[in-house]
Each structure stands twice: as C-alpha cells, then as structure tokens.
Design a protein around this ligand. Structure first.
Ligand code: AMP
Length: 285
C-alpha cells in the first residue's frame, strides 16, 4: 500500500491512474477504523480499480468544546487494517498540508439541511464536512466515493453538494454496520465505559421499538418521540439530544406520518458524555 501525505503527489497519482483507464474509488475517514469503515472499502473495491482511503481528523468540523483533541488516533493500527484489506493508497495529509494558512476562507455550505438535527446542535459542523469533502474530491479526484448511512444527514448533504456543484463523482451509500447487540459501530464507542456501553444499546433498541409502533399504525410523531425518549432514558446514563423523523426525499422534519411514504428516524443521544448518533429508515405501507 502506498502512503501519500502530499496533495500534489496525490493529484498526480490519481491523474496518472485515470489516464491509464482506471476507475478510482474513494473512502474518506477520520481513522480509528472499524468494520463499518472496512465495509465501505469493500464496496469501493467492487465498484472501482483503485481504492484510496483518506485519514484526516478534520479540525473545522469540530465545534469549540467538542472532542477534536481526544478523538481516537491510531495510525499504525489503521495502516495494518488497510493493508489487510488490500487498499491501494492511504492519503494521510497533515493539518498544515490541508490548511496551510490556518483558517480557510472558502467554504462549501449546503443551505437549510445543514442547520437542522446534528447541524442545530453542532454549529458549523456540516460546513466543515462539506468544505473538507470538496477539498478531498479535488485532491483525490475519485470517480466514485462511498459514504455510510450511519451518518445519514451527512450522506444526504454530500449527495446534495455533489448534485448542486456538479462534482463528477458518483456517491455510493453503505449500510450501517452494527455490533452483535445492535449498537452502530463508531470510532466514538471507544469512549464508553462498560456501564455506558450497556446503556448505549438502548439507542438501537429504542429505534426498533418505535419502528414497531409505527408499523402498528401510530402516526403521531410527538407521541412516537416521547416514547423513544422514555425508553432510552430509562437508563440514567442516557440523555436524548434529539429524535426526529424526516421525509427521505427532502429531509424535512415531519409531524404526521402518511401512508406509502418513507422516512428516516434519526437520533442523537449523550451516553455518559459521549455523543452517539443512529438512524433507521421506515416505509409506511
Ligand atoms: P468517520 O471516520 O466517522 O468520519 O466515518 C467515515 C465514513 O465511515 C463515513 O462515511 C461514515 O458514515 C462511515 N461509517 C462510520 N460508522 C459506520 C458504520 N457503523 N457503518 C457503516 N459506515 C460507517
């Protein structure tokens, strides 16, 4: 596996490979890799000739007081995982390489949808994400890029950015990979104590509970949300930050569920100071 740290080298590599007729698949990550990330790499492999993974903990998507400094970093272990998965290139730039002048003046921002849910509670987060993903697309020059449904709002926003700005990149979504008990895999799960780990499983269980309420004909979103909060917070380590249901086409928050429509149910929960997110899709028959 090639490791590239320099932007110019990365662009030249990709241009060369493209000239050779190779399709480039890209999986952007912040490292601390787990099976969720690795599943995206497998999807990239199936859809391209060359797989490039980036590891970059992007400071501009973290707010003040968030976990940028303590975000898990394990480059040596990640390199081994990527080698074992037969990744062709790891792109691992430094902060100086990505942001040589410190604050970046040019920003990419997807209006409206970036301000709700995670965007409401993490001000500037999605602007940081879309800005760095736009940069990475211009550096890695991929034909396809794989993003996880685990970060459903992020995936929606990236798809909108690609469409609105005509990036010549096909976005392929990857399923959420879960632990055996249902907890969505996340680099942040590393923060959880054994006790908190037990509490965290209620997020997945709570989502499944309200999906069965919905399947049983409940249409009142307020009631469904209240049920979720009660269910998850029965463990005192959990505090629900938000639970919302959105239309899958528009990402608009809805108050009432209608027949023959599909929705995403999305939640953010603090489990003992660790902020975890999860979501599921539900189709009303
Ligand atoms: P991150 O390193 O957390 O920024 O995530 C990098 C990519 O991995 C994003 O596209 C995430 O949506 C995706 N991802 C994170 N966790 C999972 C998971 N449990 N299953 C599938 N994809 C995931």
């Amino acid at each position: 596996m090639k490791i590239i740290e320099n932007i110019k080298d990365m662009q030249e590599y990709s241009l060369r490979e493209k000239q050779n007729g190779h399709v480039i698949g890209f999986v952007p990550t912040m490292g601390a890799l787990h099976e969720g990330h690795l599943s995206l790499i497998d999807i990239a492999k199936e859809n391209s000739d060359i797989v490039i993974v980036s590891i970059f903990v992007n400071p501009i998507q973290f707010g003040e007081g968030e976990d940028f400094d303590k975000y898990p970093r394990q480059m040596k272990k990640d390199i081994e995982l990527l080698k074992n998965r037969n990744v062709d290139v790891l792109f691992a730039p430094s902060y100086k390489e990505m942001y040589p002048e410190g604050e970046i003046k040019t920003r990419v921002f997807v209006k409206d949808v970036s301000n709700i849910l995670c965007g409401e509670f993490r001000e500037g987060h999605f602007e940081g994400v879309t800005t760095v993903v736009a940069k990475l697309f211009n550096i890695v020059l991929p034909n396809i890029a794989v993003f996880g449904k685990k970060d459903r709002q992020q995936l929606f926003i990236i798809q909108k950015m690609v469409k609105d700005l005509n990036f010549p990149v096909k976005i392929i979504p990857g399923q959420t990979i879960r632990e055996k008990d249902g907890l969505a895999m996340s680099s942040r799960n590393k923060y959880l104590s054994a006790e908190a780990r037990e509490a965290a499983v209620l997020i997945n269980k709570g989502l499944l509970e309200i999906i069965s309420l919905i399947k049983n004909g409940n249409k009142d979103v307020d009631k469904i949300k209240k049920y979720f909060i009660q269910y998850v917070e029965k463990n005192k380590l959990n505090k629900v930050q938000y639970i919302e249901i959105v239309n899958t086409d528009t990402f608009d928050i809805v108050k009432e569920l209608e027949k023959e429509k599909s929705y995403y149910i999305l939640a953010a929960v603090y489990t003992d100071n660790t902020r975890l997110i999860d979501n599921m899709e539900v189709i009303i028959e």
